[in-house]
Design a protein around this ligand. Structure first.
Ligand code: KIV
Ligand code: ZN
Length: 519
């Protein structure tokens, strides 16, 4: 990279993002997200961790084969087997990259049982091996921020000498603050021989809510690659959010005279799609992509915005691809209007997909007079999450509620066979979930149950999200309906379908989330 003002965007939604408990994506969903990231202008896509499971390997390799502009990168620990597997997966990309890492802080050296000198040898060996396979090698010092500074300089120098072309300095536990984040990059650039010949990357986790600030501070100090995820998806409190760093750079060019290649008008669509496929809804007050990010409720704000939009807005909704006018649709709206509205919302679809969505749209319009953009977005999420080909399908539900008690009668199709159950419970949702369990006995535990109203009004749709766990696997399910209880059952059954798919695909110890970082 010759332009010193260019900042490379490295998206790790499909690797670090997918590592957040429950955020599992299917193979096709990963391919779709990778394509959208490529079209948006992401420089490097970290597509997965190929040694983690057969599924991960196949996803990385298929993404590599279809890649157009972005560099396609896979993650590997510091051993030959991981690196070889990673190379097998990425090598057909137009521009492949091997990313290899090792934990360099005293805590991590304790886990891998390597002394300082042994670790230096390991880094020299593995980076050389990776470089013999691939011209583009990224090396990461996991937990760099908590690594002794002198030792950090030594490991970085070793990786550069062995042929790494990008050096990543992760704040693995989200512990740093902007000043320190900048200071470490500055120190490495000053002290490490060869530092001016590689690109320094920043990879920040958000445990103290500092990930975006820390990433930007690292860039001001000389880092030229930001690692991030859409919606900040990621383990624990997540990662630097792509939309935040990119928009901060765009909005504050006066303070940060840098450029990215990102087409920001594609941000909103990607944010929605990632929220749908990962099952992690975006919080309403999330910067840039939250539902409230451009909403002005208070009288003073509304008045100001009407007179001059800049009074309370530092960017325009169109900058991130929000084109919706929020004019309601209804039961008389036709197929063409629906197609055009969905396209405005960023959903392009083939005729057969549109037919299916149109049927669902009409069913909703029969129950709800006015259908707003949020309703359509929820409808699209629902169509993606619950399909007619699922192993478990909800067919019919009747619930009796009231002061005399609650009872649910449920019919489901399990692998093509209709089954029914009748259960009472502690509230209608409990009665329904018991009925599901009677039809489909499972050890899976419900870890989270959440309800959001999609729009205002008593006829609003509810989006229900559930998180479930079984044998160490965590999945989410979500569904929307004007009937909150029905949405709850569909979300619960959706999660059970996902658990079933995951248990068939991977043995728990071959699963990405349980690949230990030990060598
Ligand atoms: O947070 C981290 O340190 C990582 C590494 C594997 C790069 O994700
Ligand atoms: Zn990370």
């Amino acid at each position: 990279m010759t332009d010193p003002q260019r900042v490379l965007i490295f998206d790790t939604t499909l690797r670090d993002g997918e590592q957040s408990p429950g955020a599992t994506m299917t193979h096709d969903e990963k391919l779709e997200i990778a394509q959208l990231l490529d079209e948006m202008g992401v420089d490097i896509i970290e597509a997965g961790f190929p040694i983690a499971s057969e599924g991960d390997f196949e996803a990385v390799s298929d993404i590599a084969k279809r890649s157009k502009n972005s560099v396609i990168c896979g993650l590997s620990r510091a051993n030959y087997k991981d690196i070889d597997r990673c190379w097998e997966a990425v090598k057909l990309a137009a521009r492949p990259r091997i990313h290899t890492f090792i934990g360099t802080s005293p805590l991590h050296r304790g886990i891998t049982n390597l002394g300082q000198d042994e670790m230096i040898e390991r880094i020299a060996d593995t980076v050389t091996h990776a470089r013999n396979l691939c011209e583009d090698v990224q090396w990461s010092a996991m937990d760099a921020i908590r690594t002794e500074r002198d030792y950090l300089c030594r490991v970085v120098e070793t990786a550069i000498k062995a042929g790494a072309t990008t050096i990543n300095i992760p704040d693995t536990v989200g512990y740093t603050l902007p000043e320190e984040s900048a200071d470490i990059i500055r120190m490495l650039l000053e002290k490490v021989p060869g530092a001016d010949e590689v690109i320094f990357a920043t990879h920040c986790h958000n445990d103290l809510g500092m990930a975006t600030a820390n990433a930007l501070a690292a860039v001001s100090a000389g880092a030229r690659q930001i690692e991030c995820t859409i919606n900040g998806l990621g383990e624990r409190a997540g990662n630097t959010a792509l939309e935040e760093v990119v928009m901060a750079i765009k909005v504050r060019r006066d303070l940060m005279p840098f450029e990215t290649r990102i087409d920001t008008t594609k941000i909103m669509n990607l944010s929605r799609r990632v929220a749908q496929v990962s099952g992690f809804p975006v919080q309403f007050n999330k910067a840039i992509v939250g539902k409230n990010a451009f909403l002005h409720e208070s009288g003073i704000h509304q008045d100001g915005v009407l007179k001059n939009v800049e009074t309370f807005e530092i960017m325009r909704p169109a900058d991130i691809g929000i084109t919706e006018t929020n004019i309601a649709m209804g039961k008389h709206s036709g197929r063409a209007a629906l197609r055009s509205k969905l396209a405005d919302l960023g959903f392009e679809m083939a005729d057969n997909q549109l037919n299916d969505v149109f049927v669902r749209f009409k069913a909703l319009a029969d129950r709800k007079k006015e259908i707003y953009d949020e309703d359509l977005i929820a409808l699209m999420a629902d169509s993606a999450a619950n399909t007619d080909t699922d192993y478990l399908q909800v067919k019919w539900l009747r619930v009796v509620c009231g002061s005399d008690g609650q009872e649910a009668e449920l019919k489901m199709v399990v692998d093509g066979v209709e089954k029914s159950a009748k259960c009472s419970g502690d509230g209608p949702v409990d009665a329904c979930f018991k009925a599901v369990k009677q039809i489909y006995p499972t050890e899976a535990k419900l870890k989270l149950y959440q309800v959001h109203a999609v729009t205002e009004g008593t006829d609003a749709q509810a989006t229900v999200s559930v998180r479930m766990e079984e044998a160490g696997r965590i999945v989410t399910g979500s569904a929307s309906d004007t009937d909150t209880i029905l949405a709850s059952v569909k979300a619960y059954v959706g999660a059970l379908n996902r658990l079933r798919v995951r248990s068939q695909k991977t043995a728990p110890d071959a699963d990405l989330k349980s690949v230990s970082y030990k060598l």
